[in-house]
Design a protein around this ligand. Structure first.
Ligand code: AP5
Length: 211
């Protein structure tokens, strides 16, 4: 899943993961776990995430290599937030080649910046299972409690307007160029991320069923 911060990559990836029974691998979630390790790489990752910068490639690619080598990834997976620059895209090609796999779809969610800012100010995430809610568009059944595991929901520290605007700039500079590469390879498909979640899910299902 490609798209700017808040475009709905995580929401969509979780649904695809459930439909197809394949793991949803979100680099942001993996890196947030690393920040809790109490290691040097965790300290560095935390600093970059809080500033809204991309975490250095050696840490991010290392974390992804570890995760993709786990046996549950042998039948496919949905990536959310990786790759995010050209070096990471090269690393992904190499990792997939070593696994005898290839990239089959690149879904690019398109959403205006102002919609994104409105969304992320009301986003709440589950610190335990990673489920994502929106207090207006996709609220939990009980006030700020995760429907899936019952944990208390939290607001991410990088969802302030200032950090978010910087994340959007980083996306334009570092991640958007990937689209060209995946368009040339005939893999990228633009999809509106500004539709109700069930309509986006249906559109993604149609694309995956057709190809
Ligand atoms: P990461 O956690 O990946 O954040 P992001 O890409 O900025 O994306 P978000 O998780 O904010 O949004 P999303 O597109 O998943 O939207 P969501 O489904 O939650 O990365 C965080 C940080 O980690 C980065 O800044 C960087 O520091 C580091 N990092 C991560 N990957 C890295 C990498 N590869 N290299 C280096 N560093 C990396 O939806 C957003 C909200 O909108 C929710 O509230 C949701 O309920 C709602 N919503 C979703 N869809 C809809 C809809 N259709 N209509 C209405 N509301 C909707």
């Amino acid at each position: 899943m490609l798209g700017p911060p808040g475009s709905g990559k995580g929401t969509c990836a979780r649904i695809i993961s459930k439909i197809y029974g394949i793991p949803h691998i979100a680099t942001g979630d993996l890196l947030r776990e690393v920040t809790a390790e109490g290691t040097e790489r965790g300290r560095v990752a935390k600093e970059y995430i809080e500033r809204g910068e991309l975490v250095p490639d050696d840490i991010t690619i290392g974390v992804m290599e570890e995760r993709l080598s786990e046996p549950d990834c042998d039948e496919g997976f949905v990536l959310d937030g990786f790759p995010r620059n050209l070096r990471q895209a090269d690393a992904l090609d190499r990792i997939l080649k070593e696994k005898g796999m290839s990239l089959t779809h690149v879904m690019n969610l398109v959403v205006d910046d102002e919609v994104i800012i409105g969304r992320l100010s009301l986003r709440r995430s589950c610190p335990q299972c990673g489920a994502v809610y929106h207090l207006k568009n996709n609220p939990p059944k009980r006030d700020e409690i995760c429907d899936e595991c019952g944990a208390k929901l939290v607001q991410r520290s990088d969802d302030t307007e200032e950090v978010l605007r910087h994340r959007l700039e980083v996306y334009e500079e570092k991640t958007r160029p990937l689209l060209e590469r995946y368009r040339e390879a005939g893999l990228a498909r633009d999809m509106s991320g500004d539709l109700p979640i069930d309509e986006i899910t249906e559109a993604v299902r149609r694309v995956l069923a057709r190809d």
